[in-house]
Design a protein around this ligand. Structure first.
Ligand code: GLU
Length: 447
C-alpha cells in the first residue's frame, strides 16, 4: 500500500471529517509495514475497502417536549463492516454527535470487535439529542421516535445496537419496548438490556472491569502490579464507575473523577462503596456536573474548569470522550511521573498526545483494545440470548477476563518493538485488521 497516497485520498474523500481522518490515519500508519509484507491485502484492495463504511443511514427524529414544542434531531446508524459478524456497536446521544463522530466510532468498532475474538462486525449510531436536563417522559418520547425509524435497519442477525454516552439501561429499555411494540418480537436486537428481560450480568460493569484487566496485563508485562498505584480517572459515568469498582477491589487508589464542569481530587481515594455508589447517583440526576461530589465528601476537593491530568498519578485512564487528553496533558502527566495511560473512552487521546506518550516510552493502550470489554460482554449477552439461558456473574466475569488477556497477548504479539517497548496501538490495529481482512478476502468482492 502507498501510505502517502492513501492518506491523501482519505483526506480528499472525507472533507470536514477530522475525527474520521484521525482514526483512519492512525490505522493506516500502523498497519502499512504489515500490509506491505503481505501482498494479498493489496491484491484484493482490502485497505481501500475497509476505509469505506458499507452503509450510512441518516434520519430525522421528530418528537414533542414537555412544553408541547416540536423538536427535531438527527439520527444515524453507520454500518461499517459486516465481514466477521452482524454489525455491532453502541448508540451515543450527545450534543456533539455528527456524521463524522459516528463514522470514526464505527470504524474503531470494527477493529475492536475483531479483537474480542467474538463474531461481531462494526457499527455505531446515535443522535445529537442532548439528554442533559431532559425529563424521563421527554427521554422516552425521544427514544420511541428514534427507534421507530432505526428499527427498519436493525435485527438480531443483522445489526445489534447497545449503549454509549447518554444511552444507559433506561434508554435501552425505552428503545427495546418500542422495537417490540412495532415488530411484535422479543429478540436480542439490543444489548445492555435489563436482567429480567434478556440482559447479562456484569454488562454494566464490563467496560471498566475489562479496562482494569487490560491494565493488569500491561503492569504484569513490566513486572509491576496494581496494588497501591495512584490512578486518575476522568468522567463519572458508567465506564469510570466500573473502573473505580475494580480498581478499588484490586487495591489501587483512584484520586480523581471529572465532569464537564471540572474535576474532583480526593486524597483519601474514591474507593469506598459509598463514594462509588454516589458516582452513579450523580449520573442519574442527569445534570452532567461532578461538583456536588465535593459537597458530599469532605476529603474531596472540586477544581473548577480543569482536567484531572494535572494530578500526580502513576496511571491515567481517560473515561469520558474523544480527544479529552491533549499533547499538553500528556506532557504534564509525564513530568509528574505517570507510567501508564489507558484509554477507556474511544480515541480519548489526541494523535499528538499518543506520539508524546510513546516517545517517552509510557505504556499506552488505545481504546479499541482497552475498552473492548464492554462490547465483548455484549457479545456474551448475544450468546446467552441465542441459547435462551443466562450465565452467572462469575461465568461472565471469567470469560471477560479471558478475552481481555487474549487482546493483551495479541497486542504484544504484533506490537513488540526491538527495544522491548510494546506499541499497543500498532499491535491492536494489526491484530484487529487481520481477521477482518482475511474474512473479506474469503468472501469475495462483496463489499
Ligand atoms: N459503546 C460501547 C463501545 O464503544 C459498547 C458497544 C456495544 O456493547 O455494542 O464499544
Amino acid at each position: 500500500m502507498d501510505l502517502k497516497k492513501l492518506v491523501a485520498e482519505l483526506e480528499a474523500k472525507n472533507p470536514a471529517q477530522p475525527l474520521y481522518i484521525q482514526a483512519a490515519k492512525e490505522v493506516l500508519e500502523t498497519i502499512a509495514d504489515f500490509v506491505n509484507a503481505n501482498p494479498k491485502y493489496d491484491k484484493y484492495a482490502i485497505v481501500e475497502r475497509v476505509l469505506e463504511p458499507e452503509r450510512i443511514v441518516k434520519f430525522k427524529v421528530t418528537w414533542v417536549n414537555d412544553r408541547g414544542e416540536i423538536q427535531i434531531n438527527r439520527g444515524y446508524r453507520v454500518q461499517h463492516n459486516m465481514a466477521i459478524g452482524p454489525y455491532k456497536g453502541g448508540l451515543r446521544f450527545h450534543k456533539t454527535v455528527t456524521e463524522d463522530t459516528m463514522k470514526f466510532l464505527a470504524f474503531e468498532q470494527t477493529f475492536k470487535n475483531s479483537l474480542t475474538t467474538l463474531p461481531m462486525g462494526g457499527g455505531k449510531g446515535g443522535s445529537d439529542f442532548d439528554p442533559t436536563g431532559k425529563s424521563e417522559a421527554e427521554v422516552m418520547r425521544f427514544c420511541q421516535a428514534f427507534m421507530t425509524e432505526l428499527q427498519k435497519y436493525i435485527g438480531p442477525e443483522t445489526d445489534v445496537p447497545a449503549g454509549d454516552i447518554g444511552v444507559g439501561g433506561r434508554e435501552i429499555g425505552f428503545m427495546y419496548g418500542q422495537y417490540k411494540r412495532l415488530r411484535g418480537e422479543h429478540v436480542g436486537v439490543l444489548t445492555g438490556k435489563g436482567l429480567e428481560w434478556g440482559g447479562s450480568l456484569i454488562r454494566p460493569e464490563a467496560t471498566g472491569f475489562g479496562a482494569t484487566y487490560f491494565l493488569q496485563g500491561m503492569l504484569a508485562q513490566k513486572g509491576d502490579s496494581i496494588k497501591g498505584k495512584r490512578v486518575a480517572l476522568s468522567g463519572f459515568g458508567n465506564v469510570a464507575w466500573g473502573a473505580a469498582l475494580k480498581l478499588a477491589e484490586l487495591g489501587a487508589k483512584v484520586v480523581t473523577i471529572s465532569g464537564p464542569d471540572g474535576y474532583i481530587i480526593d486524597e483519601d481515594g474514591i474507593s469506598t462503596t459509598e463514594k462509588i455508589a454516589y458516582m452513579d447517583e450523580l449520573l442519574q440526576t442527569r445534570n452532567n456536573v461532578v461538583a456536588p461530589f465535593a459537597q458530599k465528601f469532605p476529603s474531596a476537593k472540586f477544581i473548577a474548569g480543569k482536567k484531572p491530568w494535572e494530578a500526580k498519578v502513576d496511571i491515567a485512564m481517560p473515561c469520558a470522550i474523544q480527544n479529552e487528553l491533549t499533547e499538553e496533558d500528556a506532557k504534564t502527566l509525564i513530568a509528574n511521573g505517570a507510567k501508564y495511560v489507558v484509554e477507556v473512552s474511544n480515541m480519548g487521546c489526541t494523535a499528538e498526545a499518543v506520539t508524546v506518550l510513546q516517545q517517552a516510552q509510557v505504556a499506552f493502550a488505545p481504546g479499541k483494545a482497552a475498552n473492548a470489554g464492554g462490547v465483548a460482554t455484549s457479545g456474551l449477552e448475544m450468546s446467552q440470548n441465542a441459547m435462551k439461558l443466562s450465565w452467572t456473574a462469575a461465568e461472565v466475569d471469567e470469560k471477560l477476563n479471558g478475552i481481555m488477556n487474549s487482546i493483551h497477548d495479541n497486542c504484544v504479539k504484533y506490537g513488540k518493538e526491538p527495544n522491548g517497548y510494546i506499541n499497543y496501538v500498532k499491535g491492536a490495529n494489526i491484530a484487529g485488521f487481520i481477521k477482518v481482512a482475511d474474512a473479506m478476502i474469503a468472501q469475495g468482492i462483496a463489499y
